[in-house]
Ligand binder design. Structure first.
Ligand SMILES: NC(=O)c1ccc[n+]([C@@H]2O[C@H](COP(=O)([O-])OP(=O)(O)OC[C@H]3O[C@@H](n4cnc5c(N)ncnc54)[C@H](O)[C@@H]3O)[C@@H](O)[C@H]2O)c1
Length: 273
């Protein structure tokens, strides 16, 4: 088991709060980077700066030997904001990693990079490298995140794993997420597997738990040693108590048609945070 000194961007965010304690417990050291203050640093060194501040980023990432890049706008928003935070921000992180000789980079992509892919109806699974079909400006930015990762791998030889994270919540939030849920504990296992695997090159991998109703392939995760242990199905019965089901929990037509669910509609929910 290799332990890393990880530059973890987006350290004040909710995914970071899910994975930092688990990564620390596995022996890694973390330098948290975010433009806003975290509620909890979990005892980690923390650097306050936007990832777009390349000089500050260079200092923050010095001495690190891996990067987990989570910083960004996590849902649909104005194009200019998305461009700045998600695309320019990711280029800054990759450029800094290359400058500092940091070989291992894990990038937070999203199911919305491929949101217009149809939900399989024949029992097949959507492969980890299904072609990009973004359903939002946000999804376009994640496709660009993947393209940047691919470029930095091919041009500079960095190992870059892009996690196409599906629905990461403490618990599934409705019928769609019974298929797409990524549990916090599986998220820790997945990010650590990205660090432990040897010479991954460039890959896209689904970030999803072992859900009974799942339709996203587990092959890409298995290839880097990730085995999900959680299954959203254990929440299904409580979600659909006979005669007492909240209609807002039921899958919409969008959820049944496209893997990006309602975000594939012409009025996707906007990021308000
Ligand atoms: N939560 C999910 O289910 C999910 C699903 C798919 C992908 N993702 C991706 O995972 C990452 C983390 O998501 P999250 O749910 O924790 O979101 P979040 O909004 O809770 O956290 C994102 C963090 O990034 C920071 N940030 C934004 N722009 C920044 C910038 N320019 N410089 C520095 N910091 C900046 C914010 O301050 C925030 O703390 C995001 O890239 C998101 O797109 C999350």
């Amino acid at each position: 088991m290799t332990v890393y000194r990880i530059a973890l961007t987006g350290a004040a965010g909710s995914l970071a709060a899910d994975i930092i304690p688990g990564l620390l417990a596995r022996g890694h050291t973390i330098v948290g980077i975010d433009q806003r203050a975290p509620r909890d640093t979990f005892g980690c060194e923390f650097v306050s700066c936007p990832v777009n501040d390349r000089a500050a980023l260079l200092e923050a990432m010095r001495e690190c030997d891996a990067v987990i890049h989570l910083a960004g706008i996590p849902l649909e928003a104005d194009w200019a904001d998305i461009l700045h935070a998600n695309i320019d921000g990711t280029e800054a992180v990759l450029h800094t990693a290359e400058q500092l000789g940091i070989q291992r980079v894990v990038l937070a992509s999203s199911i919305h990079a491929t949101g217009y892919v149809s939900v399989p109806t024949d029992g097949t699974l959507v492969p980890d490298d299904v072609r990009v079909r973004p359903n939002t400006f946000y999804g376009v930015s994640k496709a660009a995140v993947e393209a940047l990762g691919s470029l930095y791998h091919d041009r500079f030889g960095l190992d870059v794993i892009c996690l196409r994270i599906a629905s990461r919540f403490a618990e599934p939030t409705g019928e769609r997420t019974l298929s797409t849920w990524l549990s916090p504990a599986d998220a820790v296992r997945l990010f650590d597997a990205c660090l432990q695997t040897s010479h991954p090159g460039f890959r896209t991998i689904w970030g999803v738990s072992a859900n009974t109703r799942g339709y996203l392939s587990a092959e890409g995760g298995a290839a880097i040693g990730f085995r999900a242990e959680d299954d959203a199905e254990r929440f299904a019965e409580a979600m659909f108590t006979a005669g007492d089901t909240d209609p807002s929990l039921l899958a919409s037509d969008w959820d049944r048609a496209y893997i990006g669910g309602v975000f594939s509609s012409s009025h996707p929910p906007l990021f308000t945070g």
